[in-house]
Design a protein around this ligand. Sequence first.
Ligand code: AHG
Ligand code: MN
Ligand code: MN
Length: 342
Amino acid sequence: MTQKISLTRYLVEQQRVDGRIPPQLRLLIEVVARACKRVSQAVNKGALGGVLGTAGSENVQGEVQKKLDIIANEVLIEANEWGGHLAAMASEEMDGIYVVPNRYPQGEYLLLFDPLDGSSNIDVNVSIGTIFSVLRKPAGDAGVEEKDFLQPGKCQVAAGYCVYGPQTTLVLTVGDGVAMFTLDREQGSFVLIEENVRIPADTKEFAINMSNMRHWDAPVRRYIDECLEGQDGPRGKNFNMRWIASMVADVHRILTRGGIFMYPWDKREPDKPGKLRLMYEANPMAWLVEQAGGAATNGHERILDIQPGKLHERVSVILGSKNEVERVTAYHRDAEARQPAA
Ligand code: AHG
Ligand code: MN
Ligand code: MN
């Protein structure tokens, strides 16, 4: 009988092999996974648990908060604040950083999360998730401030998400490839289902909110127009479209069978670089995608190289199958080259 490998065992082995992850980071990931199990339970109860609907408040980004946005945020904070592995946390649902209260020991890590991604899908019983990113607190500082979080995505030491769909699946990288674990509800533990997730370099599937087409910039329009022309167009093949409207579920599909996901800058809010948030949506997803052999850019540069200027910074996102992401990025370069010099 083949033995099932639990998340705990996987992490212990990661710790043993060349000390790939230190014990504190292993603890942190386990605690995040435990919190995700609790969020999963709340999600599963739905109306029976009284968790659906809006909370009647707004977050720092001016978005209406759903009850589950707040519940998931509280679950993650409560689970993570006392273990001694963290110095502070930051979340989509909190204006500023949450410093670990001084009644608990302070650790050396910083945790960022989108507690509930895909809020518009909560009440309609469609896949949603939790996205997380882990940074090391810069050495030398006694306290912890917001500026300690402002590190580019390439500095992440762990990143992942948990998707609450027909199955609850946790996807993780610590910089050594991407592993997937599905929650075994009878055992109450995450079980390894795939250790070396790879995204095919080519794809015939794209994910973008087509209703924004009239607001897009020329390079994105060019790319999608060419896909839509199908077999008779310049790409010489037919494309399929999927848009779940939960980044976590769209990225999960891409990690499973390839594809390209785009939430580009558009003219609706031209002063914002994009809709999605760099530090707790784009960065963890970009690292997972790169670790699986894919690529992630904002059309101009690698997402993981972007130096954040603020906690809730937004970014344009193009990620997934490498050759397609490179094509869209090249279309941006072409458009720039054609711009008359200022
Ligand atoms: P969140 O629920 O955390 O605010 O994020 C929602 C994001 C992302 O998950 C998704 O890709 C996108 O918003 C959906 O946007 P549209 O409403 O434009 O489809
Ligand atoms: Mn989100
Ligand atoms: Mn969210």
